[in-house]
Write a protein that binds this ligand. Structure first.
Ligand code: ADP
Length: 272
């Protein structure tokens, strides 16, 4: 914890602290979560698809070097081309995609030290031929480690969304995530409460992980609350099929929630 704090402070003080925008996009939005398994990658991919459905040009950068999700979520099984030293993103569902998972075999464990992660992130942000995008949505690894630091130090990030589930344990870590982005001067667009509740066959609402915790945290830290997504088995089903719910069933109630998130993001950065 002390090391982490020290390096964040070093990053802020550094004279070399120069942030470069990712070339080829107007805005870069990172999707972050304090813990794994809260639905961050699912959120990132469905948000990207919902923004695309608003006629925006979108890129999806899977920055989770250790546990890439995009190959599975978008069913992409081939390597990107490289032209004149630049990687060409793979276009799927009309979204430009890059993931470490496109470059390695599925079962290969990524046993990488910090500097290697930093260099992979630099490649993804400086050596990819992103083409004429409105937004790049970045799926961050969970936590507050090397990838987050590299991003915040080197890349001009226009906003961060923090995804959480409502359990007390997850919320503890969300607070750490908020503190990290605040220290690194990255604007927090807001918090999302995923797997917030479940509607049973009886039509009743069950708050399985507790009620309203993410919203309370956003109020406590004076951040926006962007909204809640219920538990719905269709989310996992379509994700497993390699065609996320927003692409498979744009009229689904869950897809409409995502469209609402996308409209909020569009309105913040591009106006209505
Ligand atoms: P993370 O990126 O935070 O590790 P994932 O996006 O991989 O999490 O999601 C973890 C699991 O939870 C996946 O099986 C996914 O399909 C499922 N999931 C995510 N959001 C929901 C939801 N709202 N309802 C039901 N299942 C969900």
């Amino acid at each position: 914890m002390t090391d982490e704090k020290t390096s964040i402070n070093d990053a802020r003080r550094s004279k070399r602290f120069e942030k470069n925008p990712i070339k080829g996009t107007k805005f870069t939005i990172v999707i972050s979560s304090a813990k794994g398994g809260v639905g961050k990658s699912t959120f990132a991919s469905n948000l990207a698809l919902a923004l695309k459905n608003l006629n925006l040009k979108i890129g999806l950068l899977d920055a989770d070097i250790y546990g890439p999700s995009l190959p599975k979520l978008f069913s992409i099984n081939h390597k990107p081309e490289s032209i004149e030293g630049k990687l060409i993103p793979i276009k799927k569902y009309n979204i430009q995609c890059i993931s470490m998972g496109f470059l390695t075999e599925e079962q290969t464990p990524m046993i990488w030290r910090g500097p290697m992660v930093t260099s992979a992130i630099k490649t993804f942000t400086q050596k990819v031929d992103w083409n004429n995008l409105d937004f790049i949505i970045v799926d961050m690894p969970p936590g507050t480690g090397d990838t987050q630091l590299t991003f915040a130090q080197e890349v001009k990030v226009d906003g961060a969304i923090i995804v959480s589930t409502p359990q007390e344990l997850a919320l503890q870590d969300v607070k750490r995530g908020i503190a990290m982005f605040d220290k690194l001067n990255v604007k927090i667009i807001g918090l999302v409460d995923n797997m917030s509740f479940f509607i049973g066959d009886d039509g009743k609402k069950y708050s399985i992980f507790g009620d309203g915790g993410v919203k309370k945290t956003s109020i406590e830290f004076d951040k926006n609350f962007l909204g809640a997504i219920p538990i719905n088995s269709d989310v996992g089903k379509f994700g497993d099929q390699g065609k996320p719910i927003v692409e498979s069933e744009p009229e689904h109630e869950i897809s409409k929630i995502y469209l609402n998130f996308a409209k909020q993001i569009k309105s913040i950065y591009l106006g209505d």
